[in-house]
Design a protein. Structure first.
Length: 340
């Protein structure tokens, strides 16, 4: 009997070792994750966070963390990073290291995860700017909507991954879980909200109910708590937007709305119905105002009301023209309450 038990135990151990080695080979081969550092699977989802540590200034300069989405991303707003570095350097007389983790389609939850991954670092300034991408999450019935955004296949996987804290020691439990979630999302895509353009027309109508308010508050507050823990000054800003009267996709394509022409201009409908998107932004902006009014240590810059709603400042509902980018930076740097 003892030999039988020992044999079973050895066989189970053999299977576990085989699964572990196979899993590490998969992540190393398919995603270039170092074989001995499986915790780097995080960077498969957030590669932009991988470069922060090598470029961290520390005592040699001022480290600024930008958390947002495409509005702050370099390919959409090429002026924001260099202008911000120039003006901050002049203000503080220090070298400026800007770590821009803003990426297209990302929400406040993505920013929280990225900031948490870097929580051992202390930043001289944390700037968080969100408001529109969360509106896409509303395009779902209540029976599907999840406050952790797991009604997106993207977040279902990421939420599960961060719960597997054993990844660096044992990666095969997460790999099996990942395989299941991948199978589930591929074979039941109708059960998920797309990360980019909404597809289900009946779900888009459900975006009129703003379900994201609680989740947005939780995520932004969690970002603030991480910053407070490391004593990093934090700037929160209501989101600037401009939807001209008489908007339609056709009029936008024709250039009849007064927006500044740009190749990356996007129709509002990639987030949802125009009315629902605007109402969602307004709800999220009010949450930013509430947090700034009730929490200690939040530096507040009202980008929504400081950037005039005119086509000279916008190329679409949220992306800024070159003039708008200059205003965004000026509002941040020159506002007496905006910086420490």
């Amino acid at each position: 009997m003892k030999k039988k038990v020992s044999g079973i135990a050895l066989y189970v151990l053999y299977l576990c070792v085989l699964l572990e080695v196979s899993s590490r080979v998969y992540w190393a081969w398919a995603h270039d994750v170092p074989f001995g550092r499986m915790a780097d699977i995080f960077y498969v989802y957030y590669p932009e966070a991988k470069n922060v540590r090598p470029s961290y200034c520390g005592d040699e300069g001022m480290d600024v963390l930008l958390l947002g989405a495409s509005v702050l991303e370099g390919r959409f707003s090429p002026l924001i990073e260099p202008l911000l570095a120039e003006k901050l350097s002049a203000r503080y007389n220090r070298p400026i290291c800007i770590h821009n983790l803003s990426r297209s389609a990302h929400t406040s939850l993505d920013s929280y995860y990225k900031f948490r991954e870097l929580s051992d670092l202390s930043f001289d300034l944390v700037i968080a700017y969100h408001g529109i991408n969360e509106t896409r999450a509303n395009n779902a019935p209540y029976s599907i909507f999840r406050s952790d955004y797991a009604h997106y296949a993207w977040y279902e996987k990421i939420n599960a991954m961060v719960e597997h804290r054993e990844i660096n020691l044992l990666v095969f439990p997460w790999t099996l879980h990942y395989a299941y979630l991948e199978y589930k999302s591929r074979h039941n895509p109708q059960q998920y909200v797309p990360q980019h353009v909404p597809r289900n027309q009946s779900w888009i109508k459900m975006g009129a109910t703003i379900k994201t308010k609680k989740a947005f508050r939780q995520n932004m507050t969690a970002i603030l708590r991480l910053a407070q823990r490391s004593r990093s000054p934090t700037v929160f800003m209501p989101f600037a937007y401009h939807l001209p009267r008489g908007y339609s996709q056709e009029r936008q394509r024709e250039g009849a709305l007064g927006y500044t022409p740009a190749t990356h201009a996007m129709p509002v409908e990639i987030w949802g119905s125009p009315e629902s998107v605007v109402n969602g932004i307004k709800a999220h902006n009010q949450i930013i105002r509430d947090i700034a009014a009730t929490e200690e240590g939040v530096h507040f810059v009202d980008q929504e009301n400081s950037i005039a709603k005119t086509g000279r400042n916008f190329v679409d509902i949220c992306h800024l023209s070159l003039q708008g980018q200059e205003l965004w930076v000026d509002n941040l740097v020159n506002n007496p309450a905006g910086l420490p």
